[in-house]
Design a binder for this molecule. Structure first.
Ligand SMILES: Nc1ncnc2c1ncn2[C@@H]1O[C@H](COP(=O)(O)OP(=O)(O)O)[C@@H](O)[C@H]1O
Ligand SMILES: N[C@@H](CC(=O)OP(=O)(O)O)C(=O)O
Length: 786
């Protein structure tokens, strides 16, 4: 049977609400037979360690206080999650256990590992009971019945047998972090060790995959809680993940990868807070680019050790329950030890260890071949510039293909400094993958222009065209599509398109940044934007649908993009390449307040209104425009004004207004009943349209006015005016002086009150629209290197 192992860390189980979320993930992502490995809820292990310290210091009041703290937390979880008999039994059991802990403490009989194990026992039991209460078959297992160590070595054969008790008919909720030794005593696998428990159980059960569910969406270039610009990596190779862990990074425990050696068990890190977001897959060597990482170490001591014995680092880590980093430099061996445990290590090594430096803070740099030295020097320079005293800086080859650098300093660096280091050391390593959807006139022109534009973009950041998408086919080439013969590649290598395959192809892209450029006019395609965001793709749209979708959907999309630090540009969805979005944003950023926005936003209706002078019936002009390709296939789509209404909504939202399409009054440029029926039936009734337009023109001429199809947003009055309609305008107004086919935007603001700011020019056309999309792509690329 294909089983999977899912591990939920303390951060995923910190409250009743989180247990509930975890249960939902299990119900939706796991099958019966899967194992769910859990850590202690929230910071329970830290609290248990505190209890152990009080006990050791004979602080009986402190011991009782911490027991009370543990009790309150567990009682709260149980009371919020379980009901009736299940709750009663669980509370009783907890009470008995806490009483026993208190008694053992009083009798000086507490055992450290046995005490620490309670955290995992409580969370496994509670989660299994909660799943049972939700009517799913689940059972809690104590890993001490599954994982045996003898002489510090895991007993693989025995453990494999023991793991056969894991049942294929239910969810098996297993305690992480703990195991037992040959004397039946509890042993722990080291702080953060539940990741290791999960991969061990996966190996023993022959599972297909291990998912480490945590509170970040994967493995990032640095701690995303500290650096907003941290880059989430789609793939990280095992060697680099291991090195990162050995430098003390908490996202994966250092031993996690050991059980996966020589197996094809898939390992992913994903968020239990956002279970649909793209994750990080930890892959075998050669299946991912080498990445750049920064990791920090807090308050460590540097100790020189004589003649390190094989396996001793492991033993010492076990002794202090923390991963220890060791390295050799100038034929000396050094150990980096969390300062609180240095005395234990030095005592244990009785005379073979000397303290070299104490209370150091460190920056670890994990990077591709041959640049660790350069990056370490660069980091040291930056730190010195910020008055950080450096005690030690070196770089090392870890194993073939892996390098790292370590800078040890006297002071801790705050998140601002880490952000600067990230910007200076990591940014250069990034690449942007471009996927273009929609290969019509504008799409094809965009790609032709891209060949030249890449030279400019690559100056900022390496940019590669990796995907082309049409409604029925798609072409993905993760190393980059050769632009000069993309059509040939398309013809030989494009595969059938469907939404699922597109998302899977985006997920596979091993790039720091990805962008989907939507040059389709498809509403269905725009509905995939949240999925693109979940795959960490930036968005550039010429398509207007997402920008004018219902507020709830639109806001949820914006929120999702914001959370992931993703950008969305849609410069060409209004006015093709005209910089109207830039202008509105720029004015607002510089403190201006827009009071009125007026304009002609449709090239087709602009042409029709400018050309129509009554000398020929309006419908004749309309058919001419259709023949010249100026209109939609059914020109009534243009006359309906819906497209203009959408554009006005996009601009209104750019001004921060919360509007929906229905909030913009729309009067089409034709009698309402002409919208019904097919094109031929419309042609039969074209006289009606001619009479409608002729009336409007006669009336306008009488008042010495001209006709324009106008979109208006007026924020001056108490009540917002947002409307789209045919209007008669004065001949000396900017709207009147419009060139046939052009768009015009007239902006009145605090600074442009009487004399409006006017942007005018072609609002359609493949060259200018494609160039407008390039403007967005350039902006995005530039924003990524900042
Ligand atoms: N490069 C990184 N990528 C992701 N998370 C990181 C990284 N560096 C540090 N972290 C930290 O690791 C934490 C997850 O580890 P941990 O707290 O042990 O989770 P859990 O309780 O799920 O085991 C994150 O909250 C994050 O702050
Ligand atoms: N509860 C243990 C083991 C563990 O792995 O926890 P977490 O998955 O929360 O890092 C600890 O705090 O060390």
């Amino acid at each position: 049977m294909n089983t999977a192992v899912h591990k939920f860390g303390g951060s995923s189980l910190s409250s009743a609400a989180r247990y509930h979320a975890v249960a939902n993930i299990i119900i939706s992502h796991c099958q019966a037979g899967d194992s769910v490995v859990v850590s202690a809820a929230g910071k329970t292990t830290n609290t248990l360690v505190k209890l152990w310290l009080c006990y050791q210091q004979n602080d009986s009041q402190g011991t009782l206080d911490v027991i009370k703290l543990l009790k309150n937390h567990q009682v709260e979880l149980i009371s919020e999650l379980l009901i009736d008999e299940l709750q009663e039994t669980a509370l009783q059991k907890l009470n008995d256990e806490l009483e026993l802990i208190a008694t053992l403490a009083q009798q000086q009989e507490l055992v450290e590992a046995q005490l620490l194990a309670h955290g995992e026992v409580w969370s496994a039991r509670l989660l299994a009971q909660y799943l049972t209460q939700l009517e799913h078959k689940a059972n809690a297992f104590d890993a001490r019945d599954l994982l045996l160590l003898s002489g510090g070595q895991l007993q693989h054969e025995k453990n494999q047998k023991s793991c056969q008790v894991l049942n294929s008919e239910q969810f098996n909720v297993v305690t992480g972090f703990i195991a037992k030794n040959e004397s039946g005593e509890t042993v722990t696998l080291g702080r953060n060790g539940s990741d290791y428990s999960a991969t061990l159980i996966a190996r023993y059960c022959n599972a297909q995959s291990v998912t480490i569910w945590t509170d970040t969406q994967g493995v990032y270039s640095t701690d995303p809680r500290k650096v907003k610009q941290a880059i989430k990596y789609a793939k990280v190779c095992r060697e680099q993940a291991n090195l990162l862990a050995r430098l003390g990074n908490p996202v994966l425990h250092a031993k996690t990868l050991t059980p996966l050696k020589d197996t094809n068990i898939k390992l992913v890190v994903r968020s239990s807070f956002d279970s649909h977001s793209a994750c990080t897959e930890i892959v075998k060597k050669g299946n991912a680019k080498q990445k750049h990482f920064l990791t920090t170490l807090d308050n460590h001591d540097l100790v020189k050790i004589e003649q390190l014995i094989e396996g001793e680092v492991g033993e010492l880590s076990q002794l202090i329950q923390h991963t220890l980093h060791h390295f050799e430099l100038d034929s000396e061996t050094y150990l980096l030890i969390p300062a609180a445990y240095t005395h234990i290590v030095i005592n244990h090594l009785s005379g073979r260890a000397n303290l070299v430096e104490s209370n150091l803070f460190g920056l670890g740099i994990v990077c591709p071949n041959d640049i660790a030295h350069q990056l370490t020097q660069q980091a040291a320079k930056i730190l010195q510039k910020y008055n950080i005293n450096i005690r030690f800086a070196f770089s090392q080859k870890d194993m073939p293909g892996n390098e790292y650098g370590l800078v040890l300093c006297e002071q801790a660096f705050d998140t601002d400094l880490l952000t600067i280091l990230h910007e200076e050391l990591i940014s250069d390593s990034q690449e942007l993958a471009v996927v273009v959807a929609g290969l019509g006139n504008v799409g094809a022109t965009f790609i032709t222009q891209l060949e030249k534009q890449l030279v400019r973009l690559n100056y900022l950041l390496p940019v590669k065209l990796v995907g082309l998408v049409r409604s029925e086919n798609m072409l993905f080439c993760s190393d980059g599509i050769k632009i000069h013969n993309w059509l040939e590649q398309w013809q030989t290598s494009a595969i059938a398109y469907d939404n699922k395959s597109l998302i899977a192809a985006l997920e596979q892209l091993d790039y720091e940044h990805k962008v989907v450029i939507d040059i389709t006019a498809s509403e269905d395609f725009s509905l995939l934007y949240p999925d693109f965001a979940a795959q960490d793709c930036h968005l550039i749209s010429a398509n207007k649908y997402a920008g004018t979708a219902h507020t709830t959907w639109y806001n949820a999309l914006k929120e999702k993009l914001y959370e992931r630090n993703l950008k969305w540009r849609y410069n060409t969805s209004v006015g093709a390449g005209l910089p109207i979005n830039f202008a509105l944003n720029d004015l607002q950023y510089s403190g201006d307040k827009i009071e009125r926005l007026l304009g002609v936003f449709s090239g087709t209706l602009s042409w029709l209104c400018c050309e129509y002078d009554g000398s020929v019936p309006f419908s004749e002009l309309l058919l001419k425009a259709k023949d010249m390709g100026y209109t939609e296939p059914d020109p009534r789509e243009d006359l309906s004004g819906r497209d203009v209404q959408r554009k006005l909504l996009i601009l209104a939202r750019e001004l921060g207004l919360t509007l929906d399409l229905d909030d913009i009054s729309l009067t089409p440029m034709m009698p309402a009943d002409l919208a019904q029926g097919d094109w031929l039936s419309f042609l039969e009734k074209r006289d009606k349209l001619d009479a409608f337009m002729s009336d409007k023109l006669i009336q306008a001429k009488k008042e010495d006015l001209v006709l324009r199809y106008v979109a208006e947003l007026n924020l001056q009055q108490d009540k917002l005016v947002a409307k789209v309609a045919l209007s008669a305008v004065k001949k000396d107004e900017p709207l009147a002086g419009l060139k046939a086919g052009d768009n015009i935007f007239v902006i009145n603001s605090l600074w442009y009150q009487d004399n409006a700011l006017v942007i005018q020019g072609p609002g359609a056309g493949q060259e200018v629209t494609a160039a407008g999309i390039h403007s967005d792509l350039y902006w995005l690329t530039h924003s990524l290197i900042k």
